[in-house]
Design a protein around this ligand. Structure first.
Ligand SMILES: [Zn+2]
Length: 245
């Protein structure tokens, strides 16, 4: 039986307990039961050495943070850990991404952690930590221009970082090649729907984000075709669509 957090993490790994956060099948019953039996989890976590935590231990820590987000003094734990934050970038990243927003702790400690993480991310140019920060800070990332410029620089080689930046409105959303093709196809089908004067089909093609800027074999856009065919209702719809973007 586990007597401390590290024993618990070892047992979970050895016995292959379910460690999926918010598991709806078993509710992490094995882990939850063993966790409840630990005599002094608070103390264990305060003594935890962030610098040497392995992946399985970090996963156990994430589950503890979810299952005991309010029942532990996380302000104290995170303050004790803070001076050691720089020792291991993977643990720091884990705390930044999974713990800071999930557990109940003081604003001051959270802010202090974020500032250490930002410094570290800028210094090390670590894609994953940059991504965690941009995802957690969202549009507030703008308040940290050096973080944003480091993230944008690194994003050239990291699709995950690009998507985090786009989500935080710091980069335009990327349209994948596949999406582009679909939109083009819908755009061509639009011409047929206009010729048939088929309003329903036109609306269905809009739902597929039909590309309105492509032209038919005579060089006409969908709007020009609708006008030339005297499809006033459709022309009006297309104008409205173009205006609304
Ligand atoms: Zn499960």
């Amino acid at each position: 039986m586990a007597i401390g957090f590290l024993d618990l993490a070892a047992e979970a790994k050895l016995d292959r307990w379910c460690m999926s956060p918010y598991c709806t099948t078993c509710q992490n019953m094995d882990f939850r039961t063993a966790l409840a039996e630990l005599p002094d989890l608070q103390h264990d976590l305060e003594l935890l050495d962030l610098g040497i935590l392995r992946r399985s231990q970090l996963n156990a820590l994430r589950l503890v943070a979810i299952l005991s987000s309010k029942s532990l003094d996380w302000t104290k734990i995170l303050s004790i850990w803070l001076p050691h934050a720089g020792r291991n970038i993977r643990s720091t990243d884990y705390v930044c991404y999974y713990l800071l927003n999930g557990v109940t702790c003081s604003q001051e400690v959270r802010a202090a952690w974020i500032s250490v993480c930002i410094q570290m991310a800028i210094e090390k140019r670590d894609d994953s930590l940059l991504e965690s920060l941009v995802r957690r800070l969202g549009e507030d990332s703008r308040n940290h221009p050096k973080l944003v410029s480091a993230a944008i620089e690194q994003s050239v080689s990291s699709p995950l970082l690009r998507s985090a930046l786009a989500k935080a409105s710091l980069l335009p959303h990327e349209v994948s090649e596949q999406q582009r093709t679909k939109r083009e196809k819908a755009g061509y089908n639009l011409f047929k729907a206009i010729r048939r004067n088929d309003v329903k089909a036109v609306q269905a093609l809009w739902a597929k984000h039909a590309n309105l800027s492509i032209v038919d074999e005579e060089g006409r856009t969908a709007l020009e075709l609708a006008v030339s065919l005297g499809r006033d209702g459709l022309a009006q719809l297309i104008r409205a669509k173009l205006l609304s973007g």
